[in-house]
Write a protein that binds this ligand. Structure first.
Ligand code: C2E
Ligand code: MG
Ligand code: MG
Ligand code: MG
Length: 287
């Protein structure tokens, strides 16, 4: 287009917005090459059973080792992956890496170990495709479905289309468990907890951050835990950073904790090493 016309068309952009938009375009382009270029990494963060201080599970969290920009946060590139559709390919890769490590950890003295993977609404609701290829992959590598947990967000359950119901049933039939991530931040229509087969609630870290005796966040957390248990769900607290938060959650009957108090997300090899020395963690968790 002519220079003048271009200026007219885009005059509502401020220069800062233009730079941001350009940045996003470049990053999206780079992301296309990132999978093939082996720039993605899966980190694992322990999910600790509060009653024993043992690591029962891990959450897989993707990282992007960008050749020029260094480690790019998923908060930055997952939205780009979603809008470009690349999220599907990324999700497949994260799933396979997670399953591979889950099999290893189950094989080595942790027969009940589970690895959870995040699924964006876009991945979960993929047109015309269910999770059959996941199950085929699990069969190929000889891993039970119960080794895996899928983390979805509340918003998905609002859209009570049969597609969502079918996929949840499909996962359940294969033994794969389901967690509601960031619980309490979405449109918590609690009736959905009964309608769908959910195994875990993950209390969002915004409730945990200011946890203190007698606080309203404490009341909310306690209520969530009691309700979840009555419905047969187990509860994971996200973003546990202090020993006090951990103690309050333990006293409130929370089943699991995840957060920097125990460990940040780690490269698989480092997580693997930590899993071999559970007593160190036990000390930290119960202090
Ligand atoms: P999430 O699923 O809620 O994951 C938990 C986030 O909290 C992670 O951020 C984790 O590093 C962070 N975190 C853990 N403990 C603490 C703590 O004690 N304090 C604080 N302040 N933060 C803590 P991360 O790794 O940056 O991931 C951000 C989000 O990106 C995830 O939130 C998830 O929604 C999304 N994500 C990450 N990996 C994937 C993936 O493979 N697929 C999809 N679809 N989404 C992903
Ligand atoms: Mg998650
Ligand atoms: Mg979360
Ligand atoms: Mg999330």
């Amino acid at each position: 287009a002519a220079k003048g016309a271009g200026r007219n068309r885009f005059s509502y952009f401020t220069p800062a917005l233009q730079v941001a938009a350009l940045n996003r375009m470049r990053l999206t382009n780079d992301l296309r090459g990132a999978i093939k270029g082996q720039q993605l990494r899966v980190y694992f963060q322990p999910i600790v059973h509060l009653g024993t201080g043992r690591i029962h599970k891990a959450e897989a969290l993707v990282r992007w080792q960008h050749p020029q920009r260094g480690l790019v946060s998923p908060l930055e590139f997952i939205p780009l992956a979603e809008s470009s559709g690349l999220i599907v390919e990324i999700g497949e890769w994260v799933f396979k890496e997670s399953a591979r490590w889950a099999r290893q950890w189950r094989g080595e003295h942790h027969p009940e170990f589970q690895v959870s993977v995040n699924q964006s609404p876009l991945e979960f609701q993929r047109e015309g495709q269910g999770y059959e290829h996941w199950f085929a992959h699990l069969r190929d590598i000889g891993l039970e479905g119960s080794a895996m947990v899928v983390e979805i967000t509340e918003g998905l359950l609002l859209d009570a289309s049969s597609g969502v119901t079918d996929k949840l049933l499909q996962l359940r039939d294969a033994g794969v468990q389901v967690a509601l991530d960031d619980f309490g931040t979405g449109y918590s229509s609690l009736s959905y907890l009964n309608k769908f087969d959910i195994d875990y609630l993950k209390i969002d870290r915004s409730f945990i951050r200011n946890l203190a005796p007698q606080s309203s966040d404490m009341a909310l957390s306690e209520a969530i835990i009691v309700m979840a248990h009555k419905l047969g769900l187990r509860v994971v607290a996200e973003g546990v950073e202090t020993a006090e938060q951990c103690a309050l959650l333990l006293r409130a009957g929370c089943d699991y904790g995840q957060g920097y108090l125990f460990s940040p997300p780690l490269p698989a090899e480092d997580f693997d090493a930590m899993l071999r020395s559970p007593l160190v963690l036990l000390d930290g968790a119960r202090r």
